[in-house]
Design a protein around this ligand. Structure first.
Ligand SMILES: [Zn+2]
Length: 420
């Protein structure tokens, strides 16, 4: 299954070339060189991914939303089984994965985030032990259609090794369909806040019927499989994950429903590798920061929690988080080509009715138009720190700042430097 390099010398040269390019890139001030090193190595030897995997059979994590968080928790969950290599910086295309694996050739375990459209190549090169499939939403940033991604996943699923466990979100009918060809499927109740992309059955085209989280297709009879892993209960910030072996409590430093869902997938991945679940849950609970994503920034006398949103599903989750946790919300939207506000138009901003929402960023006027169409009052505040200061607090000192991609990058930088 694994395509090991047939020429060790070529792989060695390719990796040396990659390191040279990375060093050169750094010296020229073109960033960390994470991508270019792997890219050069792959060009010199297409089998280099198999070579750097070195027989290590990773846990792969894919899906449109939430990959980085699940990968970080999966890396923690695997850690009781030995040292874990991971691509924590989110370099999730083959070049970034090559770079991550080449930088650590000794760790016996690997938790790797994989961009949706490269899953097949990574499966073929690494023969994974487990694949986590989170969700499938339309995504505008790369120009690959949802249908093409699903077809690609079906090919990848058919190529999984016989002993590989596909950990599939049973709440997303598209993911369930895409992983039908997988030899072993284990269901996880991962939730689906945004159903519009899954309105039609991908197999027969009939409209799905929903009853609570249960979905079924009147055309072909497909229906939500019973999950083996589910979120059982919550008490304060403590969650319980229910699974075939019992119930495992876990705490997660990730806000909203995202936390326990990521923990459930991470624990299921650890279980697939035979790792003790109590120790895996302890390791997950010890994670306090996922790549700086969920740690609120102090802004004046408040704390700003930045969320990066790239599709209607993401915006919907952010709105639901602000509503469920009664937190004030600020929108930050910067220029991002024709995709500036495309993803916002379909999200249910009408749920914010009654609030006044400060809007900041270079595309604030467009975001205000989205709010206006949803019947929500917004007002532009050019300075992001002032926008955070402009909302009325509701108990806590926390403010949710819902950002598109470029605004997330800019505000993270500014708030971190305290120069906002
Ligand atoms: Zn159907």
């Amino acid at each position: 299954m694994s395509q090991r390099s047939r020429d060790p010398l070529r792989a060695t040269l390719a990796l040396a070339g990659g390191r040279g390019a990375a060093a050169l890139s750094q010296a020229l001030g073109r960033g960390s060189g994470t991508m270019i090193g792997g890219r050069v190595a792959l060009r010199m030897d297409p089998h280099v991914l198999a070579t750097v995997a070195g027989g290590r059979r990773p846990v792969l994590v894919t899906g449109t939303n939430g990959k980085s968080t699940v990968t970080a928790l999966a890396a923690a969950a695997l850690s009781p089984g030995g040292a874990v290599v991971t691509n924590a910086t989110g370099a999730n295309m083959p070049d970034g994965i090559v770079t991550a694996l080449a930088a650590d050739r000794t760790s016996p375990l690997a938790a790797i985030e994989v961009d949706e459209v490269y899953l097949r190549a990574v499966v073929e090169a690494t023969a994974p032990r487990a694949v986590v499939a989170l969700n499938a939403f339309r995504e505008y940033t790369r120009g690959v259609s949802l249908a093409a991604t699903l077809a690609h996943w079906r090919q990848a699923a058919a190529r999984l090794p016989a002993d590989c466990v596909a950990l599939v979100n049973v709440d997303d009918p598209l993911v369930v369909w895409a992983f039908e060809p997988a030899p072993r499927v284990v269901g996880v109740a991962g939730g689906l806040g945004w159903r519009e992309d899954a309105a039609l059955c991908p197999a027969c085209g009939a409209p799905h019927e929903w009853s609570g989280v249960a979905w079924s297709c009147p055309g072909c009879g497909r229906a939500r499989p019973e999950p083996q892993w589910r979120i059982a209960a919550d008490a304060a910030d403590r969650w319980a994950i229910e699974h075939p072996r019992g119930v495992t409590p876990v705490t997660v430093a990730v806000p909203g429903r995202t936390g326990p869902v990521a923990a459930a997938f991470a624990l299921a991945a650890a279980d697939a590798l035979g790792i003790d679940l109590t120790r895996a849950a302890e390791a997950i609970s010890a994670v306090v920061d996922v790549d700086g994503r969920y740690v609120p920034f102090p802004v004046g006398d408040r704390r700003a929690r930045l969320l990066m949103l790239k599709n209607p599903a993401g915006w919907t989750e952010a709105l639901d988080l602000a509503i469920a946790e009664r937190l004030p919300l600020v929108l930050a939207v910067d220029p991002f080509g024709p995709k500036d506000t495309t993803t916002m138009w379909e999200a249910p901003f009408d749920r914010l009715a009654g609030r006044v929402v400060p809007v900041t960023g270079g595309r604030a006027a467009d975001a205000l138009a989205v709010l206006d169409a949803a019947g929500v009052a917004g007002r532009e505040v050019a300075d992001p720190a002032r926008a955070v200061a402009a909302v009325e607090l509701t108990g806590s000192d926390e403010v949710v700042v819902a950002c598109n991609y470029p605004a997330f990058r800019r505000l993270s930088r500014q708030f971190r430097a305290g120069t906002a």
